[in-house]
Design a protein around this ligand. Structure first.
Ligand SMILES: *[C@@H]1O[C@H](CO)[C@@H](O)[C@H](O)[C@H]1NC(C)=O
Ligand SMILES: *[C@@H]1O[C@H](CO)[C@@H](O)[C@H](O)[C@H]1NC(C)=O
Ligand SMILES: *[C@@H]1O[C@H](CO)[C@@H](O)[C@H](O)[C@H]1NC(C)=O
Ligand SMILES: *[C@@H]1O[C@H](CO)[C@@H](O)[C@H](O)[C@H]1NC(C)=O
Length: 374
């Protein structure tokens, strides 16, 4: 018999309380009669990590199949403003009028309780469509969208067969309708209203605003002293607030030198999750203004990082931007743009002018126009 003297890492994490030690004592009694295999904590964690990876991989695959089917169906579809189409509306299914006839967009929809879906009554072969109460559910845009997106039903079913751990699958359209699988009946609130609009949900917004790589350049030359620097800090913080988990960023302060706000993250971009954003926000307080601002070097650095990130695929692999916070630019830096950003202009430049020096403002405006920023 093998004796396990080491406490597995997972147990260590879970067993901080004394009750747990009692359990361990009991466990020792059984030890004599039970064969115990050595458990390696690190290995255990690795297995958990592998399982997690597998779960996420499957979910990503299911999503990819949906995206492909949606793109294909949308491509094949020709918009028809007069299209008439009866679909299963999530609110109207199984509703009848005074005479007992199904209402329009309703119809008989078989539902069965299913414990995988919290015992809700669902239909595993069809999805339903929800339209917010404030929109017309027979609007031609909606009817067309609902019509072509029927193609998703077979992908929903197929995904669920391949990965029974999947729960809800859905498709949120920019037109405002929401297709949900498995089909389920929706009930309006006490005012007869369903306010849910998929376009206001976090997952929709994140997907719709495409991921971006952003380098924020903050002018910390002498002219930014005082109120301007305070405003600059606030501006950076509010730019950070608009970034989401799918975005990558870094912040560079510049005068005659380049200072990464977080020197440990020199030359790279980090994910814009809340931990990183909070961490960078704390560093903003340490900025102070002095010297002269050499924007050319800062721009060169920003273009270099963005370029490298794109080459190595570590960023968002989508759109790229430079946010420039300054009280003015004394030149146009067309040589830098010519070298790094023209003619494709893939990196957009968004200047935030602080103060009112109009001559310098013109340079900034020109930069933005010349780099697709306005
Ligand atoms: C889903 O509803 C449709 C329409 O009522 C019905 O034909 C189908 O059999 C139902 N599927 C399941 C799995 O209940
Ligand atoms: C679903 O209902 C069954 C039987 O009615 C019950 O045993 C089970 O715990 C329920 N599951 C959930 C998730 O509520
Ligand atoms: C970035 O780090 C490298 C080496 O780690 C150093 O040589 C370089 O000066 C740093 N650059 C900036 C701008 O801090
Ligand atoms: C990133 O690199 C790819 C391949 O070289 C290129 O097609 C794409 O336009 C680049 N994206 C940006 C934002 O520079």
């Amino acid at each position: 018999m093998q004796r396990n003297r080491r406490i597995p890492l997972m147990h260590l994490l879970l067993c901080v309380m004394s009750a747990c030690w009692t359990a361990l004592e009991k466990y020792k009694e059984y030890e004599k009669s039970v064969r115990i295999e050595e458990i390696d904590g690190a290995k255990l964690v690795k297995n958990v990590a592998q399982n997690m990876e597998e779960i996420f991989r499957k979910k990503a695959e299911a999503t990819r199949r949906l995206v492909e089917a949606a793109e294909e169906a949308h491509l094949q579809h020709e918009e028809n403003p007069d299209l008439q189409y009866e679909y299963f509306n999530a609110v109207l299914i199984n509703e009848v009028d005074e005479d007992g006839n199904s209402v329009e967009l309703g119809g008989e929809f078989l539902l069965e309780p299913n414990d995988h879906f919290n015992n809700l009554s669902v239909n595993l072969s069809l999805s339903v469509v929800q339209v917010p109460t404030n929109m017309y559910n027979k609007d031609p845009d909606i009817v067309n969208g609902v019509y072509w997106s029927e193609a998703l039903n077979k992908v929903f079913v197929d995904n669920f067969k391949r990965d029974p751990t999947l729960i809800w699958q859905y498709f949120g359209s920019a037109k405002g309708f929401f297709r949900q699988y498995p089909g389920v009946k929706w009930h309006p609130d006490e005012h007869g209203v369903i306010a849910f609009d998929c376009r206001n949900r976090k997952w929709y917004i994140q997907a719709a605003t495409s991921p971006k790589d952003v380098v924020i350049l903050v002018d910390v030359s002498g002219s930014m002293k005082g109120l301007r620097l305070t405003i600059a800090r606030q501006t950076v913080a509010s730019i950070l607030d608009t970034l989401g988990d799918d975005d990558f960023f870094n912040i560079i302060a510049y005068n005659q030198e380049i200072h990464y706000v977080e020197p440990c993250l020199n030359g790279t971009l980090v994910q814009a999750d809340s931990t990183n954003k909070d961490h960078f926000k704390e560093h903003l307080d340490k900025l102070f203004a002095k010297g002269i601002g050499l924007l050319g070097n800062a721009l060169t650095e920003a273009f270099t990082i963005l370029n490298e990130i794109n080459q190595t695929g570590r960023g968002s692999s989508c759109s790229q931007a430079i946010m420039l916070i300054t009280d003015g630019a004394t030149a146009m830096y067309d040589d830098v743009f010519a070298k790094y950003n023209w003619p494709e202009r893939k990196v957009r430049i968004f200047p935030y002018l602080i103060g009112r020096e109009s001559a310098f403002a013109d340079n900034l405006k020109w930069m933005a126009c010349a780099n697709k920023g306005l």
